[in-house]
Design a binder for this molecule. Structure first.
Ligand code: URA
Length: 232
């Protein structure tokens, strides 16, 4: 791969920025100063050093975020602050071109995956792949056993078919967990609305095999996924 392409993909700068960095001799390739943008490097083994930090090539990057309220799930927006504005303000070295996988409402908190692996993103969102998403829900009142049966068997949310089977874990009071594998617009809020309840707070606690650990990842924080999580 061309050296300048690799540097751009690793988020070191734009093509013209990395060209200028190379010209100034600020980039080391395997410990040696490199100056030619067109130099060919073996991305599977090369170590790039810039500003004292070593970079090894990663085709794709994967992060999880504990999304706070008040930001929208989009890559950019003319008016509103997006999750990616927050992300790049914190993860300055991350490669460009990352996007959130799926969507959480502006007032929803919790687990959001961010990647540039388009195939994985597509698979995780495909209704055919049945990837589970679990939400912790705070309601405006209690649930009856009939409400739970209806939510689990499927409810009408104004889209023709019933929602697909869901799992509700209710321990009394105004809170429960619900696990669904569909991802329709405002789906959880609309499902509870269908049984006469309003969602007051919504937090996603799991997405497929990924679980939110709020002690390690407070609201508004990001963490790069480890190899085992990516594989799973
Ligand atoms: N369902 C909703 O209603 N909102 C979300 O943000 C996610 C799922």
């Amino acid at each position: 791969m061309r050296l300048d392409k690799l540097l751009v993909e690793q988020g070191i700068g734009t093509r013209s920025e990395v060209k200028a960095l190379l010209k100034k001799g600020l980039i080391l390739v395997d410990g040696n100063k490199a100056t030619r943008p067109e130099e060919k490097v073996d991305e599977s083994s090369v170590v790039i050093t810039y500003q004292g930090k070593d970079y090894t090539y990663k085709k794709f990057s994967y992060y999880i975020m504990n999304k706070p309220k008040g930001v929208i799930t989009a890559t950019e927006d003319a008016k509103e602050k997006t999750v990616m504005d927050l992300f790049y303000a914190q993860c300055k070295d991350a490669p460009k071109g990352l996007s959130p996988v799926g969507r959480l409402d502006k007032d929803t908190t919790g687990l959001l995956l961010i990647t540039n692996d388009g195939k994985l993103a597509h698979d995780l969102l495909s209704p055919k792949k049945h990837v589970d998403k679990t939400y912790f829900v705070t309601l405006d009142g209690e649930l009856s056993s009939d409400d739970i049966t209806q939510l689990e068997n499927g409810v009408h949310i104004g889209e023709g078919d019933l929602t697909a089977p869901a799992k509700v874990e209710y321990e009394g009071g105004n809170t429960c967990y619900i696990t669904i594998h569909e991802g329709k617009f405002h789906q959880v809020k609309r499902m509870f609305f269908a049984v006469g309840r309003e969602v007051i707070e919504l937090k996603r606690t799991a997405f497929g095999p990924l679980k939110l650990d709020e002690e390690k990842l407070p609201l508004g924080y990001f963490s790069e996924l480890k190899r085992e999580s990516i594989d799973s």
